[in-house]
Design a protein around this ligand. Sequence first.
Ligand code: SPV
Ligand code: MN
Length: 635
Amino acid sequence: MSSIDNKRYAPLLKEKMSAENYRKLLELDNPALFEFVGEYTELCEPDSVYMCDDSDEDAEYIRKKSLELKEEKPLAKEGHTIHYDGFNDQGRAPGATKNLVRKELVPLMGALLAKEREEGLAEVRGILKGIMKGKQAIIKLSCEGPTHSPFSIACAQMTDSFYVCHSEELLYRRGYEHFLRMASKDKFFRFVHSAGSLDENGNCLDLEKRRIYQDMEDYIVLSTNNQYAGNSVGLKKHAMRLAIKLAGTEGWLCEHMFVMSIQNEKKARSTHFCGAFPSACGKTATAMLPGEKIIGDDIAYFRNIDGEFRAVNVENGIFGIIKDVNALDDPLIFKTLQTPGLEMIFSNVLTGPDNEPYWLGMGVDHPMRGWNFSGEWSEDKTDRQDNPIPFAHSNARYTLRLGYLENIDPVYNDRNGVLVRGVIYGGRDSDTSVPIEESADWESGIILKACTLESETTSATIGQEGVLAPQPMANLDFISYPIGAYIRNNIRFVEGMKQVPRIYAVNYFLRDEKGDFLTHKLAKKVWLHWAEQRIYNEVDAYRTPLGFIPKYEDLKSLFQQIFQEDFSKELYQELFKFRIDAWTAKISRAIRFYKRTAPDCPEEYFSIWRSTIKELQDIRREFGPFIAPGAYKER
Ligand code: SPV
Ligand code: MN
């Protein structure tokens, strides 16, 4: 202990920390952590520094301070609070987000928001100078993945926001004890966050000084002048970008994926799937399918453990989109959100005069006045451009512990993770991909399905909504080293495994000419149960130019079994026809995208895409623009 106590920052930290807090820091006997806390205390100049351990008392301190400082307010139900991010701080901010890399890497990063490291660090450190004056800084240690497991990544957060700490308390596993016992004491991710100066409503005043800079050399993220959790909570998307880079270096994977299991009651089987979907494409809805079990809804680590493809949920909670969560479509989450006594944070929804939260698509009438993300709100309120301000934000969220959910998979905390049998890539197109298609093998799944994933942009990021944008692995916003190398790491990951998961592409958003969805929201349950049966080789399939699709009879019996519902042959034919022109256009867009944005993408991938297009053109000469299910035979 004394070896640390003598260090450069000891006098400063003794001055800023109570004796008890200083003792908690020293007891960890971790020079790298001590150095981190000292360096950023000196730079950010908080009035005092609070060191959390894993005690319930410290968790309570964070909750209380967040209320005292009005970062959160209590709602009518016990344990429920509301937090508001400021106007224009309601989503991730790609314009302010940069991956800081060595100068020679910048040209290889293409679309990946890169900035030269030295320059970026100097800029953001300039903004951090003295930014915490008048505030208390909190040091909170957490663990990504279960503690003391082959997956664990230790994380240290320093922030002046109690809301950020409270979110981390709900979303991640406490990490003080993990730090105490971990083998490599200097291997942890570091996050510094400051909300900066606040207005009378407690929101950021200096959004023009908003920066989210991730240093890919030293695994540290410096985030300033923001509050929205996707920008401020270090363990969420910041840690994800660092983990993606680390995984690329070490040969494992960090993916933007849920982890869940399909329950086959007849066979007494539980089969694990992971899935990547861009924001608002049905990811949480799939992870939360009624009757199945959830492990996580956002971020997964994959490791090869004894030749097995195993996964954990990095998180311990959900930061979910609340829009459209209602009794009909998401009954489980809806019920959880109504339960008094469970600790949860609502953000950017309307607080009515009854002090209850109201959100878009909630399925109940909302009050005509109250408080929302724009301040005091009434029905006739407009923004500066005279557009009406909706009563709640479309990227409003809830934050709660996974353990509250009735459908939690009992194995969700297992230290060796779960064995993954299927990996799902889900896009959102109204006219291209069939509801479910199995890839012929892992590599073609990655190149043709994962790499060609696209989606319309949504309100989860600030900017124009509804633009069709490529989304390799639903991960474009988070890939933090050159895309070609990232794709290669995905392909190689399964090398030497005893059993490779199957890859499925799904699309829940096919529409008819009138613009109506072709299937109801729960039809995804049938697609996934078909995938489950495929994994055990219990159902046959038709070949398509890009993989395998279900046969009508198998889906008909699943619709009957699961929903006691008829599934018509006509609907099947419409859903599962292979759309050659749309797929040709999609792959062409992918080629253009990777040419433009992925300078290190190897020629080999381009030749696969090009030869697929050529093959599709040959097939078109034989079949015309659509291939009816079952008509295609392998060449
Ligand atoms: C997403 O947009 O993918 C999210 C929410 O999971 S955020 O934490 O903002 O990234
Ligand atoms: Mn996400």
